[in-house]
Design a protein. Sequence first.
Length: 493
Amino acid sequence: MSTIGSSREQEVVAQVPKGLFVGGEWRDATGGGTLAVEDPSTGEALCEVADATPQDALACLDAAVAAQAEWAAVPPRERGEILRRAWEALMARQDELALLMTLEMGKPVAESSAEIAYAGEFLRWFAEEAVRIEGRWATAPNGGMRMLTMRQPVGPCLLITPWNFPMAMGTRKIGPAVAAGCTMVVKPAKQTPLSMLALAQILQESGLPAGVLNVFTSRSASRTTGPLIDDPRLRKLSFTGSTEVGRQLMAQASGHVLRVSMELGGNAPFLVFEDADLDAAVEGAMVAKMRNIGEACTAANRFHVHASVAGAFAERLAQRMGGLQLGRGSEDGVQVGPLIDDEQRDKVRELVQDALEKGARCVVGGPERIPGVPGHFFPPTVLTDVPDDARLLREEIFGPVAPITTFETEEEAIAAANRTEYGLVAYVFTRDLDRAIRVIERLETGMVGLNQGLVSNAAAPFGGVKQSGFGREGGAEGIDEYLSIKYAAIRAN
Ligand code: NAP
C-alpha cells in the first residue's frame, strides 16, 4: 500500500529503479523477494525494492571482479570525466533527489537538498583527484639502484553505508573508488535504499562501464555481505555505521587479512569557554546538534559549558530548539523531521528518561509521546544538571537531545571531552587563540570544529580515532584508501 502524498512524491519514487544493479543491468532478486521501504513520518510503506539473496550478492562480486582489470586500465581523465558528468546530473536533479531522500529518511527537504550538494561534491572532488595519482622516483642512498614507487587500485571493494546520510555516505566511497580505478559492490542500509539506487542509475547514465558499480539491497545485511567478506577475490571493505557492527566486520575481515576502512560512531563533545562569543556558540550548537535531526555521527552529543555562562547558554539554546517546527520533511516550514524508526525513537526516549531519573532537569522537550502524531517523532530537548553517570553522556544519542554539563577549568573541560571511547569530532568555542591551539592539540578526535558547528567538507579528510574508526574520506587523503603502494627496485650501474 502506498501512502505517498502528492503526485510529485509518487512520481519521484516511481522513477527509481527498484531492482539489483548487477554488471550494468537491473534485475530482480533470485526468487523475486522484495522488502518494503517505509516513510518514517507516517510509518507506512513507500514502495518495495529487491531483497537480494547471498547468491545475488555473489553475482555482484563476480561482475566487479570481471570488470576490474579493464577498468583499472581506463585513463584517469576518462574516469574523472564520468564522475564530473555524474556530479552535473546530480545537481541538475537536486530537487527531485532531495524529495526522494526526505521520503525515505525523514529529514526536511532543505536538509536533503544540502546533502545532495554535499554528496555531489565528493564526485566533483574525486573527478579532480583521479588525474593526481602520482608515484616517486628516487636514487637509493648508496647509489646502487633506482626506486620507483607507484600507486595502483586495490581491486574490487565492498562498500557498506548507513541510513542517516543515504547518498553522501555512498559518494564519499564511490567517488574515490571510481577515481582510483577500483570496481565495487555497494550495499546501502535497508531503511534508505532509494537514494543509492537513484545514484547508481545516474552513474550508469554518466557512462560508468558495466560491472564497475554493482548495488544490492537486502533485508539481511550479514547473510549477504558475509560471503563477500569471506571471498578472497574481495580486496577492500569500507564501512560506515555503528562501532558495534564495525567490530564484527573487522573480526570477519581478519580471515583473509582484508584491507578495511571504518567510519564508526561518535560522541562529540561541544565545549563552550567563558570567553566564547555566545551568539556564535548557540548558532554552532544548533547546527552541530540539529543537523539531520541529531542523527549524525558528528552530532554534538554532550555540551560542556563553563559554569559562568552555562545558564545563559542553556536558556538561549532551549529557546531556539523549542521554537523549531516538527513535521513531515516534505512540508513547507518544517525544520525537524521524524527519527528513522520506532527503535531509534525508543532508544532516545530511554536515554532521556535515564538522565531525568538520575537528576537532570528538562528545560524544553522531554520524553512524553507527542499525542495524535503517527511517525517516529521526538521533540527537540534540552537537559541541564546532567549527572556524570547519565547514559547519554557516554552513549551515542542519535536524536535531537542536548544534555548540558558544566566545568570550571580548561583542564577539566579537556578531561571531560576525552572521557569516551569514541574520537570522531569535537567542537570548541573560545575567542582566545592560545587556548584554542592548546585545546585542539589535546583533544583525542580526528576532527575539530573551532567556533563553528560543522566540519564536513569534501576537500577535508573526514574520519576518527579511537573507537570511531580509522581511514579518511574526502580530501587529498581519501583516494589513498583505494590505492596500494608498489615499489620496484631497479638495478642501475
Ligand atoms: P549500522 O546498524 O551499523 O548499519 C550500517 C550499515 O551496516 C547498514 O547498511 C546495515 O545494513 C549494515 N549492517 C548492519 N549489520 C551488519 C552486519 N552484521 N554485517 C554487515 N553489514 C551490516 O548503523 P546505522 O544505524 O545504519 O547508522 C548509524 C551509525 O552510523 C551511527 O553509529 C553513526 O555514528 C554511524 N555513522 C558514522 C559515520 C562516520 O563517518 N564515522 C557517518 C555516518 C554514520 P542494514 O541497514 O540492512 O541493517
